[in-house]
Design a protein. Structure first.
Length: 350
C-alpha cells in the first residue's frame, strides 16, 4: 500500500533533520554590545574570538555581530538592554550589576577569593552556575547567562606615590571596581567606577589620583605608566575575573538544542583560551613597564592584612542581602573543601 504523500514528506523531513543536525534550525543573529574594547587582550579579545568561530561551530546557523563599547549600548546598560530585548545579547562582567543585585559581584571577582581553576571548579562542578542563573531569575531579568571568559590576577593599583601604611591611602581619589572598592572606601579612599577608556584622561587631568583596571598587558595598552609610576601587586581584590555572555531568554529558548550546545561549548572553549592568552603576556608587559621607569611593588604584610580584615567587614555588611549570603555561604563551603586539595596538591610559590 502506498503511503500518503504528506506522511512520506514528513518522514523525509524528520530524517533529514536527524542526519543534518542543525540544518533545519532557524538562523540567529546575535547583536552583541560589549563592555570592553576588542583591542584589549584577554579582556575584549575573547568575545571577538567567539564571534569569529560561532558560525562554523553552529553549522552556519548563528552569527554574532560585536559592537564596541558605547556604539550600540553603554557598558553599564547592557544587562537591561538584553533583558528587555533591545538587543538579544551582550558581553560584560556581572560586577557591573552589583548596584542592582549585591550578589552579582561574587560572579565577577571576589577579594581574597578563588583563583581561576578553583573559580571554574565551583562554577561548573559546584553550585555556581545554578546560583548564577538563579540570581538573574529571582531579580526578574529575562536573560540566560553563560560564563564566557576568565582572567587571572589583576594588578592592585597604580599610584603617584608609594603606599606604605594605611594613612597613605586617606584622601586619595581612585578608580576602583567591584567589592574591592568598598574595602578602599572604608580605608578612606574616595572611589569612582570609570570605563577603561576614560581612566587615562581622568588621571591626566587630576580628576583621580590613582587607578586599578586590569592585568599589566591591558593596563599597558591604556598608557597608565605615562602618568603614574608605582604599580602594586598582588591583585587582592581580583585574583580571577569572570566575564559573561548574556542572551535574551526568549532568543535562547527559540534556539534548538544544537545551537544552544554550540554557544555553551564555545564559551567553555573561550574560558580556556582567555586564561591562556592572559597568562602568556603579563611578564613581557611588566618588563616593559620597568624599562619605562615603573616600580613594581608588592604590598607589605601589614597592608595585605588590613585589606583582608576590612574585606571581611564588607562581607558581614553584604550578607544582609539574602541572596548574597546564599551565594557567599555556598562558595565558602566549596572553598573550605577545596582547601584540603589545594593545601597538599601544589608546590609552594617562590
Amino acid at each position: 500500500m502506498k503511503r500518503p504523500i504528506s506522511t512520506t514528506l514528513k518522514a523525509l523531513t524528520i530524517a533529514t533533520a536527524c542526519f543534518s543536525g542543525a540544518a533545519m534550525a532557524d538562523k540567529v543573529l546575535l547583536k552583541t554590545p560589549i563592555a570592553f574594547g576588542t583591542h584589549l587582550p584577554a579582556l575584549g579579545t575573547p568575545i571577538k574570538w567567539v564571534s569569529e568561530r560561532i558560525t562554523p561551530v553552529s553549522g552556519n546557523t548563528i552569527k554574532m555581530k560585536v559592537y564596541e563599547p558605547g556604539k550600540l549600548v553603554a557598558p553599564l546598560e547592557i544587562l537591561d538592554a538584553v533583558s528587555s530585548g533591545k538587543v538579544n545579547s551582550g558581553y560584560a562582567t556581572a560586577g557591573y550589576w552589583q548596584g542592582k543585585m549585591p550578589a552579582a559581584a561574587l560572579f565577577s571577582a571576589v577579594p581574597f577569593g578563588p583563583e581561576a581553576p578553583e573559580y571554574m571548579a565551583w562554577l561548573f562542578y559546584g553550585n555556581g552556575l545554578d546560583l548564577y542563573q538563579g540570581m538573574y531569575d529571582q531579580a526578574g531579568y529575562n536573560v540566560k547567562v553563560l560564563p564566557c571568559a576568565i582572567i587571572s590576577p589583576e594588578t592592585s593599583g597604580w599610584f603617584k606615590k608609594p603606599i606604605e601604611k594605611p594613612e597613605d591611602l586617606k584622601g586619595i581619589t581612585m578608580r576602583f571596581f567591584g567589592l574591592g572598592g568598598q574595602v578602599m572606601e572604608k580605608l578612606g579612599v574616595g572611589t569612582v567606577q570609570l570605563p577603561g577608556g576614560e581612566i587615562f584622561g581622568a588621571l591626566e587631568k587630576g580628576a583621580i589620583d590613582a587607578t586599578e583596571f586590569s592585568q599589566p598587558a591591558i593596563d599597558q595598552r591604556l598608557g597608565f605608566h605615562k602618568i603614574v609610576k608605582y604599580n602594586y601587586f598582588p591583585g587582592w581584590h581580583q585574583q580571577a575575573t569572570v566575564f559573561e555572555l548574556l542572551i535574551n531568554k526568549d532568543t535562547w529558548n527559540k534556539m534548538d538544542g544544537n545551537q544552544q550546545a554550540a554557544v555553551e561549548t564555545l564559551c567553555l572553549a573561550s574560558m580556556t583560551n582567555s586564561i591562556a592568552e592572559g597568562e602568556a603576556m603579563q611578564f613581557e608587559a611588566m618588563q616593559k613597564a620597568q624599562e619605562r621607569g615603573v616600580e613594581l611593588r608588592y604590598w607589605n604584610d601589614d597592608m595585605l592584612n588590613l585589606f583582608e580584615t576590612t574585606w571581611l567587614d564588607v562581607v558581614d555588611e553584604q550578607k544582609q542581602d539574602p541572596y548574597f549570603k546564599k551565594v557567599w555561604d555556598d562558595m565558602s563551603t566549596f572553598r573550605t573543601n577545596y582547601q584540603v586539595w589545594e593545601s597538599k596538591g601544589f608546590l609552594p610559590r617562590q
